[in-house]
Design a protein around this ligand. Sequence first.
Ligand SMILES: [Zn+2]
Length: 261
Amino acid sequence: MPSVYTHYKFARDAFDFLSEGLKEAVQAGRKFYDTGQSGADLLFYYKPHKSNDLRKHGSALHRIKADVLFSEFKKRAYESGNKEADIAYLTGYFTHFILDSTMHPYIWRCEEEKIAPHFVIEADYDRKLMLRDGVNPYNAKFLAFQVNDGEVREICSRYLSCTPKQAGEIMRSRVKFTNLISSQNSLLRGFLKFLFKISSNPKGNEILIPRQDVEACADISPRLDDLYAQALEDIKIYAKEFEDFLLREGSLGQRFAKDFE
Ligand SMILES: [Zn+2]
């Protein structure tokens, strides 16, 4: 969930490796691609301080196999009045799937082996990528790529089962929440840690952006770099298959026969 920057950077890098048909759609509707690359993670920002159906739906969408999910999504795209925009959005969602399904199994294994918790790993890696790219990891300014307008809200509602109004709320909430968890103000951090402790989500403090590199993640980050590169390779290999599926009658093969976890 906190790996917003990782997904955004990945989608930006992946663009160069997309097949021509997908590239064209993305060029015509970049804001839809930039929204789709967040996948169902967006739903985690709906009233993030409490458990609710939309957040649960965000998790559920991660547990559906990609070929099943994209087949359903393709139907909705063809029923929509602006298919081009939907193609751009779903191309972004495709990059989300490739990265999630490449990195998550390793991240879960690190958590199981008690090397570091899932969210700590993702927060640490997000911060490292931002620092490498000269982006400030301690505020939400990097979220400037997010376009919260009527067209984007409508497309979110079609694929994330929320209303356009909720989609707008979610995007505003993502900015607020990111500012909170990335702030280095010690008073605010102390207060947040206290809130998480007494809340129904005691693991919440794991998503706070750390001040420095997390020691437990020292050996994990280079491995994540490798997986990131491997995922980019997969974009190169599978973009055309995804294009043939989305734009024509092609079907999705083995790479898509897994969920996002
Ligand atoms: Zn995800």
